[in-house]
Design a protein around this ligand. Structure first.
Ligand SMILES: NC(=O)c1ccc[n+]([C@@H]2O[C@H](COP(=O)([O-])OP(=O)(O)OC[C@H]3O[C@@H](n4cnc5c(N)ncnc54)[C@H](O)[C@@H]3O)[C@@H](O)[C@H]2O)c1
Length: 323
């Protein structure tokens, strides 16, 4: 089995490659990644030690490069590569459309042409927009993205659905809630709060800090992706979530408490434009049909993550100060 993982040098993709290296020892792993700012050099060095692993530095929107790789044969493709930071999408949306939308279309064309046996689109619950204080997103919820990032991911999902319906590409779409865990770039909320607290710097909290996210440990997400890859029904969407809703302010307090830092480090900053109030997913389809369930509570996973960032300064220090 040969599997191409796009964006495998990023946060979730690199955790997925480590999972496959452990759990699927016979698979050949190809990481197709452009190595943008989001791919930390230290992550790459660690991946390069894995047996049966090969890195191809390429842009998913580059037709020639993608065709060249897939024409060598590919049984399965898991598409992580994306511009992934909402704040960057508000400041400079073009790269999001190019990589997330055009890049997905290039991969779909190449996957169809080269008869890839299984295609997994790694998407996000942000495509569903914002929730009020109650309720959950199901796979049938309307697609009403708010940010340019979410809109680009929603557009990609619609293309994947079209390639399944029109051309029979055996594709599944997964939509996951907010991930946290090791190897996440410190521009993202949880690692940013951790590394700033470690440096005794202020912890910026958007608006009133009451925005709610459903947190899932990255390794639980990766287990879900493996289930979707191996057992998912083509054309189907699967939500994944940790069932662990927290206000951002609560998350900041939990990190400060674990590091025994004062709450005076908290600093409220002007809210993000169009900031979605609450995300929460109903992941019962994945539980029922794929036999998946998250293994780690937020309390346990956050503790391990804080400890990882304390121990792995070598991994993140080059990405700081203030990403
Ligand atoms: N982080 C989350 O909480 C979360 C939740 C749900 C879904 N997702 C989705 O999961 C995927 C991975 O997210 P992440 O947090 O690991 O992102 P990340 O930013 O950590 O990694 C993205 C990777 O994609 C690569 N990349 C970017 N542009 C590329 C291009 N044009 N061609 C090839 N490679 C390119 C980068 O070099 C990097 O290695 C994304 O599609 C994202 O939308 C993320």
């Amino acid at each position: 089995m040969k599997i191409v993982i796009t964006g495998g040098a990023g946060f979730i993709g690199s955790n997925f490659i480590r999972l496959l290296a452990r759990e699927r020892p016979a698979w050949e792993l190809v990481n197709l990644d452009l190595l943008t700012y989001a791919a930390a050099p230290q992550t790459l060095r660690e991946l390069e030690r894995l047996p049966r692993y090969r890195l191809v530095r390429a842009d998913v929107a580059d037709v020639a490069a993608v065709s060249a790789e897939l024409s060598k044969g590919c049984d399965a493709l898991v598409h992580f590569a994306a511009e992934s930071h909402v704040d960057r999408s508000l400041a400079a949306p073009s790269a999001f459309v190019r990589t997330n939308v055009l890049g997905t279309q290039v991969l779909l064309e190449a996957a169809l042409h080269n008869r890839v046996g299984r295609y997994v689109q790694v998407s996000t619950d942000e495509v569903y927009g914002s929730l009020g204080p109650t309720g959950f997103f199901s796979e049938e919820s309307p697609i009403v993205p708010s940010s340019p990032y979410a809109a680009s991911k929603a557009s990609a999902d619609l293309l994947v659905a079209a390639w399944f319906h029109s051309f029979g590409l055996p594709a599944v779409i997964t939509r996951c809630s907010n991930n946290y865990g090791p190897y996440q770039h410190p521009e993202k909320l949880i690692p940013r709060l951790i590394v700033r607290a470690l440096a005794d710097r202020t912890l910026p909290v958007f608006g009133d800090g009451r925005n709610i996210r459903d947190w899932i440990h990255v390794e639980d997400h990766c287990l879900g992706l493996l289930c979707a890859l191996e057992q998912g029904q083509p054309g189907r969407v699967y939500n994944f979530g940790g069932g662990e809703e927290r206000e951002n302010l609560q998350v900041a307090h939990e990190i400060l408490a674990q590091l025994q830092k004062p709450t005076s480090l908290l600093s409220f900053v002007p809210d993000r434009l169009g900031h979605d109030r609450r995300y929460a997913v109903d992941a019962s389809r994945a539980r029922r049909e794929l036999g998946w369930a998250p293994q780690r509570s937020f309390a346990e996973g956050l503790g391990q993550t804080v400890a990882w960032y304390q121990q792995r300064r070598d991994w993140w220090e080059g990405l700081f100060p203030d990403p």
